[in-house]
Design a protein around this ligand. Structure first.
Ligand SMILES: NC(=O)c1ccc[n+]([C@@H]2O[C@H](COP(=O)([O-])OP(=O)(O)OC[C@H]3O[C@@H](n4cnc5c(N)ncnc54)[C@H](OP(=O)(O)O)[C@@H]3O)[C@@H](O)[C@H]2O)c1
Length: 219
């Protein structure tokens, strides 16, 4: 069990499934965890991001598990929705990464997604955004050293991200995915939180993307 007593951790997106589980995992390890809502730190708002970090002491670990994106094939997704998705998930993380004050030896973690390496014809842009985030982590790991920068790439995880779907459709999607996956189940937010805690606290991990997808990439 890692010990994070007296460590300051920021989780952006802690009201969500993966961010909430990550915040709980850091708290359980003894860290002092900040969980700002959008009213305090909005991914889309440079001014609010600057004000947030201006009011805070540096953090030891920062996790960005927030995004709101529409998805679809290139042919069907409206360009405005595509730009909004990139603006939220990629540039949101970029803005927070740029503004975040992180202590030497600390870490910054992005949450990408396995579509970066396992494309889907119905979610093309998501894959491109996730790949861009993973590349951002590798580059920033050099720029921000000795702060470590990594990405955790989830497969399908049962969170409120999918709450916009009709219950029957969502269950059918989860059951279909569970049948295809080598582990025979979809992910839980806690599965991803464990990996986030790992990359944040293992002092030899930087510039890495850790895939936690139940075998989704190879299935
Ligand atoms: N679940 C999956 O199957 C899956 C798979 C691969 C990758 N991912 C990625 O994992 C990350 C977390 O997903 P999740 O499943 O935990 O989703 P979720 O439960 O829907 O949570 C999304 C979080 O993002 C926050 N958020 C959205 N827009 C924001 C903004 N403009 N400013 C600040 N916060 C904002 C939400 O805040 P509010 O509560 O205010 O809305 C919420 O806390 C996302 O990047 C997602 O793409 C998820």
């Amino acid at each position: 069990m890692v010990e994070l007593k007296n460590k300051r951790v920021l989780v952006v997106g802690a009201s969500g499934g993966i961010g909430g589980a990550a915040a709980d995992a850091f708290s359980a390890a003894g860290a002092d965890v900040a969980r700002p809502g959008r009213d305090e730190l909005d991914l889309l708002d440079d001014t609010r991001i600057a004000a947030f970090f201006g009011s805070q002491a540096p953090f030891d670990h920062v996790v960005i598990a927030a995004a709101a994106t529409k998805t679809g094939s290139v042919a069907r997704l409206a360009e405005a929705d595509a730009e909004a998705a990139m603006n939220s998930k990629f540039f949101g993380a970029y803005r927070v990464a740029k503004a975040a004050k992180i202590n030497d030896g600390g870490s910054l973690t992005f949450v990408s997604g396995f579509l970066s390496t396992r494309p889907s014809a119905s979610s093309v842009l998501q894959g491109a955004i996730n790949a861009a985030l993973e590349a951002l982590a590798r580059g920033l790991a050099l720029e921000r050293a000795p702060v470590r920068v990594n990405a955790v790439s989830p497969g399908l995880v049962d969170t409120k991200l999918w709450s916009g779907m009709a219950e029957a459709d969502r269950q059918a999607m989860f059951e279909g995915a569970a049948k295809r996956l080598p582990v025979r189940r979809v992910g839980r937010a806690e599965d991803i939180a464990q990996a986030i805690l790992f990359v944040a606290t293992n002092s030899f991990v930087t510039g890495a993307t850790v895939t936690v997808d139940g075998g989704g990439t190879i299935a």
